[in-house]
Design a protein around this ligand. Structure first.
Ligand code: SF4
Length: 258
């Protein structure tokens, strides 16, 4: 029991850090909405593996049918190799580098965003700019470490001027996102924003209607919520995003305190 005390303190600090300067403080006053620190359920992934490392685990029967361009399950390394110096769409023209994905290749929780921004393009890592810092706080507020989860985007190259990715670009890059998700096969996917949610769910429903509702992607539970970049512009919406993330926490036995 005494071992839990530092973790609880750390958890509260992380949680409060995300609530800073946003509209969720009122939720903090509601004890029913405060997260309870509960150890994660028996995990398939006891320790994070280095970025890009293959899974090295057996493939469940259902997963054997997971679609991939080659018809077979590939490791993240193999998918990255196949992507190569990709020029399959016009986003290759302005990019500094491809931003493939980062995190635990055996993650039970995957966050999918829209596309790299300027800082991500520079560093080759998704979600490292201002929106990425907010995402990291969100992940930590949920009781995860950033390197326990996997983070990637719908398109792997920065759209010029941070414009929205276009249909042909999404279509060109989507097979690699699907392959990544097929390789990781997480328990839960969080779709960050309209492009991730609409691409994965093959709908054109606005994110305002999709968010907060459990969906399924290839048999994987998917929670759409707002993109952190949107939350930076509309901090009042963080309350709703936090409610969505609490639903995800429940799937991992991290129930809000009663
Ligand atoms: S966005 Fe995707 S499909 Fe387009 S060039 Fe980059 S990696 Fe290739």
């Amino acid at each position: 029991m005494s071992e839990d005390v530092p973790d609880i303190a750390l958890e509260l600090r992380r949680h409060l850090a995300w609530q800073e300067s946003d509209g969720t403080r009122t939720l903090l006053k509601d004890p029913s909405l405060q997260p309870r620190v509960v150890p994660p359920p028996a995990s398939r992934s006891p320790s994070p593996a280095p970025v890009g490392e293959g899974r090295g685990k057996s493939v469940p029967q259902a997963l054997a049918q997971q679609p991939a361009a080659s018809g077979a399950i590939r490791t993240l390394d193999e998918i990255r190799t196949e992507l190569g110096d990709c020029k399959r769409c016009k986003l290759c023209e302005g990019r500094k580098q491809i931003v493939f994905g980062v995190g635990n290749p055996r993650a039970e929780l995957v966050f999918v965003g829209e596309g790299p921004g300027e800082e991500e393009d520079k560093q080759g890592i998704p979600f490292v700019g201002a929106a990425g810092q907010l995402l990291t706080k969100m992940i930590e507020a949920m009781g995860f470490k950033r390197d326990e989860v996997y983070i990637c985007n719908v398109v792997k190259c920065r759209p010029p001027g941070n414009r929205n990715p276009e249909g042909d670009e999404i279509q060109a890059c989507e097979p690699f996102l699907k392959a990544q998700l097929g390789a990781i096969r997480p328990r839960v996917i969080v779709a960050l924003g309209k492009f991730a949610a609409q691409t994965l769910l093959r709908v054109d429903t606005p994110i305002t209607r999709l968010r907060g509702q459990w969906r399924a992607y290839e048999g994987i539970q998917l929670m759409p919520t707002y993109h952190p970049a949107y939350l930076l512009r509309q901090p009042d919406e963080k309350k709703k995003a936090w409610m969505d993330l609490q639903e995800v926490m429940k799937k991992f036995g991290r129930e809000p305190k009663k």
